[in-house]
Design a binder for this molecule. Sequence first.
Ligand SMILES: [Fe+2]
Length: 352
Amino acid sequence: MRLEFMDNVKENDVLGKNIYTNEGAILLRVGIKLNSIFIQRLKEIGVSYVYIEDDRFEDVVTHDEKLVELKSLTMKNMSQITKNICNNDKTSIRQSVKVLEELIDYIVETGDVNNCLFDIKTYDNYTYLHCIDTCVMSTFLGLNMNFNSSELRELGTGAILHDIGKTKVPYSIINKEGALTDAEYRIIRKHPIYGKEILEKNYTISDNTIKVVSEHHERFDGKGYPYGLSGNSISKFGRVACVCDVYAAVASNRSYRKRFKPNDAYELILAGSGSMFDSNIVNKFKNTFSVYPLGSHVILSNKVEGYVVRQNSGFPDRPIIRVLNAMSIERSERFYEIDLIYNVNITIEDVV
Ligand SMILES: [Fe+2]
């Protein structure tokens, strides 16, 4: 499978992955041949890239249907989960937390970071989508930092609920178009405290989960809010969540507005190492997440075009690139590969 921007999709290309609606229903099914009407419609609803079947990429697996199902289920339940927690309805909270834990447990048990982070969605509910992305990333990062299984549940649950305090901020401020006044900004900056107050009322929610919520805007150098904590006075839960919150926000803003530049979001995290973010956590981040998703279509600095087919662990921007040889009919000569680990003079210049 290869990942193509809608502008590069041609009629008769075959869809490699289901495309889902806001409610988690299948909008277009894997295997369907795309015609001009489908392509036009997908562009209209804001899908900027799709996976395309291609037998030259049979070995590139980017599928995890069970995970997609669990994420959709969580997505569908998010408003109810938020309501249950805000209303402090004890039985419902237990059920709600169970839905979240099922997703987290699945990631911990079977998730492959390469297959989990990049699905194509048409969800317009950015808030919930962002919460789920932050949860998935935090869980992977926690896993690589050797959090134990109960800590991973606490971290993942906190990450998904990290902005629950925004329910206490007036709608007019949250959705205000244009610049916020100082007074409005001061109110927004209280959402970690509001979140903590909401969760503290619930005995089923652990202290570590609450820390994720109350500390996700703290910064390692003390320049965050609401408490201005710094260094290790921010819990490891808060330090992980803040990196993932920023990355998930920046990466998805890019991908939904226009052509995504995954390296921009990544570089923001690397640039914040030791100042905004704990450098040890940024190092773990580099070992956990790769810059370019599997199947991405890239241009190299030597002007050769290819697709990311495998990652090199610990070298997030130096994957293995498969270059297609369109002229060849011989199966064995249909492509060749460039491993960027061994070709240090070549870099990825752009995603196309
Ligand atoms: Fe927040």
